[in-house]
Design a protein around this ligand. Structure first.
Ligand code: E4P
Length: 217
């Protein structure tokens, strides 16, 4: 399972990278705005800075909602760095753009996916990644993990190469449950990754080992 971090915060990206388990980064316009990154040039420079920190795929989202605009933006983003994945919303024009980029060998991440039908369409168009937002589904009392299960079944039935990128991860149990179901990738906050480290018996055990070592020295 690949671990992506879902942030535009460079310090958090560095922290996850230093842990040695980071496979990529996802961003979106909200996450960029949260870091105060606004204006075309600043946004472009920020993507470049992220690519300098991580070795894996970095999703950069288009703002256009028409095919021509998405192609223009996506091509410019893809030229920035070989690690850039063009993030495209799950809309009619987006599907056309995903097919266009897929035919050109440019990686795509189909975002804002909330149903198995949308995921099937994204895979048919040749998306590299499909991003079901499980946290936002949970927020409206709908089974986010159940959607991951449905998509896994459909992709396995037909051998689609599209990778399931479980997005809108809110906590550590989401990460573990997605791993059980067989999501290819998860993207979440650093807190969800850090939570994987914790167990009180580890802390108690280590404290005992260190205390016993001191007794003998
Ligand atoms: C995915 O690529 C999105 O950036 C993200 O996971 C959305 O998460 P949220 O629902 O916490 O905003």
């Amino acid at each position: 399972m690949k671990f992506f971090i879902d942030t535009a915060n460079l310090d958090q990206i560095k922290e996850a990278q230093e842990l040695g388990v980071l496979d990529g980064v996802t961003t979106n316009p909200t996450l960029m705005a949260k870091e105060g990154i606004t204006g075309y040039n600043n946004i472009i420079n920020h993507y470049k800075a992220i690519c300098e920190i991580v070795e894996g795929d970095v999703s950069a989202e288009v703002i256009s909602t028409d095919f021509e605009g998405m192609v223009r933006e996506g091509e410019a983003l893809a030229e920035l760095h070989s690690q850039i994945v063009v993030k495209i919303p799950m809309i009619r024009e987006g599907i056309k753009a995903i097919k266009y980029f897929s035919d050109k060998g440019i990686k795509t991440n189909c975002t804002l996916v909330f149903s198995a039908g949308q995921a099937l369409l994204a895979a048919k168009a040749g998306a590299t990644y499909v991003s079901p937002f499980i946290g936002r589904l949970d927020d409206i009392s709908t089974d986010g993990l159940g959607l991951i299960q449905e998509i896994r079944l459909i992709y396995d039935n037909y051998g689609f190469d599209t990778q399931i990128l479980a997005a809108s991860i809110r906590h550590t149990m989401h990460v573990i449950d997605c791993a059980k179901i067989g999501a290819d990738v998860m993207t979440g906050p650093i807190s969800a990754i850090d939570g994987l480290l914790n167990h009180p018996l580890t802390d108690i055990g280590l404290a005992t080992f260190l205390a016993d070592y001191k007794k003998g020295n």
